[in-house]
Design a binder for this molecule. Structure first.
Ligand SMILES: NC(=O)c1ccc[n+]([C@@H]2O[C@H](COP(=O)([O-])OP(=O)(O)OC[C@H]3O[C@@H](n4cnc5c(N)ncnc54)[C@H](OP(=O)(O)O)[C@@H]3O)[C@@H](O)[C@H]2O)c1
Length: 288
């Protein structure tokens, strides 16, 4: 049985779909804290089950009989140490054969604040003796498509300098997770630093400008200076600080990756240039 946690989220859902390309639906269990959001999978033969990181009993049921589990990191930054410890305890108790955890690039060496809970979770898995592999995912390309129309009109701000950001699509990370989860050759202890070829912000902005048919500016700011306009535009305080901190970390190279993603996929990751071009077209069409 292949179990996916966080299957109500964007990445987990895609992993369930990629698993269904590889194994029978009867060998897939999709779990989440809102199982009603997974109802549509029941008809296709997928086992759906509640698994709430704040409810240890639900985790024990969800992992019963599991051979391989994709453990998707939670999205409540600041609460994840207790939540993830509960997941790890349940995985250990269920004696799951192999767990793949969605971590962050360079989790144990990165000084990005977001890496702390991931590094701690990696330690929890090791300390509990859970056989596991680490999917240290880079940024999603989707992170860079949320304000495209505004960026075309007003330019982009950031703090990542000349740092390379090895972003890839969620679909590619999901496929890599399914490959690892179903692979006969996957060995506990493997660490995958996952990302696409990536770009600097200057390269990204130049490409957005080419796609939009007009130049787009990029202003590189300090971490502190980036926080202020984010706050002014209504981004909540803790999120603005995390975004600015992560961009500073990108400038230091913590969000760059090698070719592990391409090796797992057995093909190049979807080119960021194609993905961004389609997103610019869609954003400008919507704005028109
Ligand atoms: N690489 C990146 O660029 C990037 C960006 C953002 C996040 N992330 C990390 O990658 C993870 C997956 O990304 P995503 O895009 O799929 O995020 P997402 O759409 O926010 O999905 C997060 C999933 O975690 C579940 N979850 C959170 N707290 C939980 C709990 N207490 N018990 C059970 N499930 C819980 C969510 O459940 P609900 O649906 O009920 O909320 C959801 O299914 C995120 O959670 C975050 O750790 C990475």
């Amino acid at each position: 049985m292949h179990v996916v946690t966080g299957a109500t989220g964007a990445l987990g859902r895609l992993v369930v779909e990629k698993l269904l390309d590889r194994v029978p639906a009867s060998e897939v269990r999709a779990t989440g804290r809102r199982p009603e959001a997974l109802d549509d999978l029941v008809g296709s033969g997928v086992d759906v089950c509640r698994a709430d990181y704040d409810d240890p009993a639900s985790l024990r049921s969800a992992f019963a009989g599991a051979d391989r589990v994709l453990f998707v990191s939670g999205n409540e930054v600041g609460k994840r140490l207790d939540q993830h410890q509960a997941v790890v305890d349940a995985l250990a108790e269920a004696r799951v054969g192999l767990v793949a955890y969605t971590s962050i690039l360079n989790a144990t060496t990165s000084d990005i604040v977001l890496a702390r809970e991931h590094a701690a979770t990696e330690r929890m898995l090791a300390d509990a003796g859970v056989p596991h592999v680490l999917l240290r995912n880079g940024w999603y390309l989707e992170n860079f498509t949320m304000s495209l129309a505004d960026q075309v009109d007003h330019g982009m701000i950031g703090a990542s300098g000349a740092g390379r950001i090895a972003a890839a699509t969620r679909a590619d990370y999901a496929e890599a997770a399914a490959v690892v989860l179903t692979g006969a050759g996957t060995t506990a202890g493997e660490v995958f630093e996952l990302g696409g070829p990536g770009f600097t912000r200057a390269e990204l902005v130049a490409h957005i400008g080419r796609c939009a048919g007009r130049p787009v500016s990029y202003t590189d700011l300090s971490e502190q200076a980036l926080t202020e306009p984010l706050l002014a535009s209504g981004v909540p305080d803790h999120l603005a600080r995390l975004i600015a901190d992560s961009d500073r970390g990108a400038a230091a190279g913590w969000l760059d990756a090698g070719d592990d993603l391409e090796r797992l996929l057995g093909r190049p990751a979807e080119p960021w240039t194609d993905f961004i071009a389609a997103a610019v077209r869609s954003a400008l069409d919507t704005a028109a």
